[in-house]
Design a protein around this ligand. Sequence first.
Ligand SMILES: [Zn+2]
Length: 238
Amino acid sequence: MKYFIDRIDFVGEKTPCDFKGNGGNHYLHKGIARILRDENGREYVAGPTCAEKNTFDTNWGEKVPDFTKGAILIVTPTGPNVGSGGGASSHEDHDEDEIKNLDDFAISYLRLRMEKLRALGFFRAKFEPFNPYYEQWKSTRKLDEKSRRHIVNTDQSQRKKAEPFYMERLQKCYATAFFIDHALRHPLSASDSKYLKDYRSALTKTYYLSVEEINKLKEIVSRINDPWFKKVELGYFE
Ligand SMILES: [Zn+2]
């Protein structure tokens, strides 16, 4: 079976790598993963080592969308793991490594607007003129130069018009929505839960949260017992 890296994306804490390697089960430590797909379109979660091993002959090293760019990733050395006798063992992914795949701007921007943000409830993000490019990408996993140019120009014109649909803003919306959804999977006080849901709903309409709102989010997750929130931190909207 051939695998391709589809994207770099957020996953939760203690997400197992789908590739067993030669050692057995192991987990991703950083809260993000390489998402691989096979020729049938099925998706697999991988750490960097397993991703490289399985895509070396397909698209390792090529630019792929990195949907984690709207958050601040805190890279910490891998600590001793339960069951592995302390330290990284031979079959683990070297999860603390820097991401080597560079972001593919046009495909990231296209997929954020047509697929990723829509799926999280940001319905205004969808841009009808991109329909043919999205179809082109879905069937070939490639984009021609003309489509790429139009996509890059659209991002730039959004900045000039002071509209929210430019890259950094979209990335931040995606990261913030993932962050809130991840927090909502944990036990919370009624008041914290209401804050999160209200911010989530406001975010999908305005594509923005204020400094005070981001600070409140940080305060709420500081009460959640999940190491994921020590690895993925939210930045402010400019
Ligand atoms: Zn792995």
